[in-house]
Write a protein that binds this ligand. Structure first.
Ligand SMILES: [Ca+2]
Ligand SMILES: [Ca+2]
Length: 182
């Protein structure tokens, strides 16, 4: 029973907030690694969509970035690349990001590492083909024309019961970020 949708959707929402809060003028302190630059371009393109437009468009945009080989499935390697890109980007942009948002991203990374990407892929991969399809990814979130942030705050659109089961004790800490998990 897949559950990664909520985690990824929340990450996209955080990314949107980060992008809006980050001054482009302050971004060129050091030459960043290529993966950090790629992640920065991804945020520039996707965050405004996720912030203001339909959640369906937001997920489309994020999916295009994550599905590197365009086979319509997210493999463990592809998800590890996304995570590594986020980590490199965070290191590069550390001083540009407000502390509260930096902590939230760091928390997200800790959460993902604590649960383990292999475990997440396995648990979402309902048909056992080794990759997470879009349908598998979104099985616990009902997307509509509202922006993703609104959907995540709508307890009727997210199956938090399943998500809490998935995340275990770590789920409780989501409440500290104002995310309703019940
Ligand atoms: Ca793929
Ligand atoms: Ca699958």
């Amino acid at each position: 029973m897949p559950r990664m949708a909520g985690v990824l959707a929340r990450a996209a929402s955080v990314a949107a907030a980060l992008w809006l809060a980050t001054s482009p003028a302050s971004a060129t302190r050091h030459a960043p690694p290529a993966e950090a630059q790629a992640f920065d371009r991804f945020l520039a393109a996707t965050s405004p969509i996720c912030e203001h437009k339909s959640s369906l468009l937001c997920v489309d945009s994020a999916w295009r970035f994550a599905d590197r080989d365009s086979d319509q499935g997210l493999s463990l390697g592809e998800l590890e690349s996304v995570r590594d890109g986020l980590r490199a980007w965070l290191t590069w942009r550390e001083k540009d990001i407000p502390a509260a948002q930096r902590r939230m991203v760091q928390f997200g990374l800790v959460l993902v590492d604590g649960i383990g990407l292999p475990y997440l892929v396995e648990s979402y991969d309902a048909n056992g083909d080794g990759a997470v399809s879009r349908a598998e990814l979104l099985s616990d979130v009902r997307l509509d024309a509202r922006p993703l942030g609104q959907i995540l705050m709508d307890s009727s659109a997210v199956n938090w019961e399943s998500l809490n089961r998935r995340l275990g004790p770590l789920a409780g800490s989501l409440g500290g970020f104002g995310i309703k998990t019940k």
